[in-house]
Design a binder for this molecule. Structure first.
Ligand SMILES: Nc1ncnc2c1ncn2[C@@H]1O[C@H](COP(=O)(O)OP(=O)(O)OP(=O)(O)O)[C@@H](O)[C@H]1O
Ligand SMILES: [Mg+2]
Length: 246
């Protein structure tokens, strides 16, 4: 039984075909999704997480088709995501942002969510997530004031608060310095060891190659290669797709 299956997914934005007949299945793994700008990577995440209904094809999660479900239902099924451009609730603190994650799948309307969810049991869960993601020093800081590396970890903490089985990370290492990227890689590895499946989109090749067991390469909406990081690095089609971008 596959965990997540993408079955012949195509998507058009008007006349532009962003995805062309994309099919793959995931196993227990950290899966990397790479490809040049505009390849359709984020569009695929938007489809899996319910932000876009695909023009064609199916998304099967734990044997159920989910491609017509709303984002808050997808969260209930156990899929959480982060965004390429970080989207914390800027006026809320780190603690409050994570509380919204705890409430999200039960209470999709945002208004009143934080005060309703600020219970001792939830604050304990927040503490655990803050510790796991290394945000101890920032608990009461407003999210808007945080450096990008910390905002990225906050997004992961908020996504984890929904207790996902599958976590989709859209360019988690973008904008991070080498040391921050290394710490993030350790965090992602720990989450995987805790039993969370990960799919990550990455432009930082070293980051993706070190962390992922398998890599799928999209170019102009199509899968052009998949395999181990070593096989992908040696694949002519992949090399050409990236060179063609220069
Ligand atoms: N909402 C939208 N409306 C119209 N076109 C869109 C929309 N979202 C994406 N596209 C187009 O679809 C194609 C795929 O975009 P997508 O954002 O999925 O690429 P990507 O692989 O994530 O690229 P990047 O590496 O730059 O983030 C691009 O040509 C993009 O301009
Ligand atoms: Mg993208």
């Amino acid at each position: 039984m596959s965990f997540l299956e993408i079955r012949q997914v195509s998507h058009w934005f008007g006349g532009l075909q962003a995805l062309k007949d994309v099919s793959f299945q995931t196993e227990k793994e950290i899966l990397g999704l790479i490809g040049p700008n505009g390849a359709g990577k984020t569009t695929l995440f938007n489809i899996i997480s319910g932000f876009i209904v695909p023009s064609q094809g199916e998304v099967i999660f734990l044997q159920k088709p989910i491609q017509r479900q709303r984002p808050y239902n997808i969260v209930r099924f156990g899929i959480a995501r982060t965004f390429q451009i970080v989207k914390p609730f800027t006026t809320l603190t780190v603690e409050e942002n994570i509380l919204t994650g705890l409430g999200m799948s039960y209470y999709p309307k945002f208004k009143g969510l934080v005060s309703r969810y600020r219970t001792p049991a939830n604050l304990k869960s927040v503490s655990e997530l803050i510790e796991l993601t290394g945000l101890q020093a920032y608990r009461t800081s407003p999210a808007s004031r945080l450096p990008i590396g910390i905002q990225r970890r906050l997004e992961i903490a908020r996504a984890l608060a929904t207790k996902p089985k599958l976590l989709l990370l859209d360019e988690p290492a973008a904008g991070l310095v080498a040391q921050e990227a290394l710490e993030l890689a350790h965090l992602i590895q720990r989450l995987y060891e805790h039993g969370i499946q990960i799919i990550l989109i990455e432009h930082n090749m070293r980051f993706a190659m070190n962390l992922c067991q398998r890599i799928i390469v999209l170019a102009q909406g199509e899968i052009i290669a998949q395999g181990s990081p070593q096989a992908i690095q040696a694949n002519d089609k992949v090399v050409n797709a990236y060179l063609g971008q220069e």
